[in-house]
Design a protein around this ligand. Sequence first.
Ligand code: GLY
Length: 380
Amino acid sequence: MVPKLDRRQFVAGAAAGLAAAAPGSAFGRAPAIRTSRTVSPVVIASGNGHRYTNGGTRTCVETAFRLMTSGTDVLDALIAGVNIVELDPEDASVGYGGRPNADGVVQLDACCMHGPKRRAGGVAALEGVRTPSSVAQKVADLTDHHLLVGAGAQRFARQLGFAIEDDLNTDRSRRMWLEWKRRTDPGHYLDPDRTEAGGDAAARGRDVDNAMLADGVITEEELYGTINCNGVNAAGEICGVTTTSGLAWKIPGRVGDSPILGAGLYVDNSVGAAGSTGRGEANLYNLASFLIVERMRAGMHPKDAGMEALRRVQANTVEARLLNSRGLPAFGLTFYILDAEGRHAGVSMYAGETSRYAVCTENGGELLPLEPLLDGSPRD
Ligand code: GLY
């Protein structure tokens, strides 16, 4: 657990520099568009936003809050925060050391929205750049487009000075991929430690994921792992960012909800922000982040708006392969929600052992419980 900082530490000025992997600062100055609101500043994120420090002393939400309250543009602050998680090889779901696709290649998705500027940018299936969120910010800032994908996104990043690496795997992520190959293709990928030639490992598809979860090879969080981070400053300026390596072992080229506006992230500066982690396809079919923001626009509290989105996803989950033995969604999906008053909530299809979301206020960073829609586990 990361120790809380006291208030004096928090207001003692900006952290030294934004993340090194992001060349320049896309929204380097405070936005020209100002609101008249006065809000208690807050940064929220998925639980990994208060779990990893990449060898430093502050987590994502602590870093973002500290920068934001020291006058840094809200989106710059949030991206400096998520860069910590993207660069940390210990987080196996985001950026460097993220989960590779079926070919063993790490392909990353990200998007960001700048509420005051009404601008957004995204990248998808980007290879070789550790900090896709920073490339997404450049798409927002320097192009007339929203989404760049694949080789085009990588070329854009190279042109802007981002380091392009041959391989973003770590030893750990490569070991995980090899384990997945052994279980799904035991005839070709042999496990020297298993004399029985992997017999029962011939289970396919979801069964393999389930077995790997049950065996503790991968966690539910890592299977669809992602970080979403949203913040509002004292002037009421709201921004958000979502970044991920997407579904573990995905078909190469598969893009989930994270870089898609309205799904993995949505921000309306007069209303609030919502973002997601979990099964991207379920979210994409419902554009749930947009739905949540619209429900808050109609007056709902962030928690109620999030619960309505989860109920919508549940109602639209009808395929037997996606239902558990109780007829309920057999997957996790979580939303992190912030409104223009700084009220926030984390809501989830189920409560898991690691079911927490990260929050940082002037009192420091902490992990708070998620509100589950359903009892039990997706695999019951
Ligand atoms: N939510 C991350 C993904 O499905 O790719």
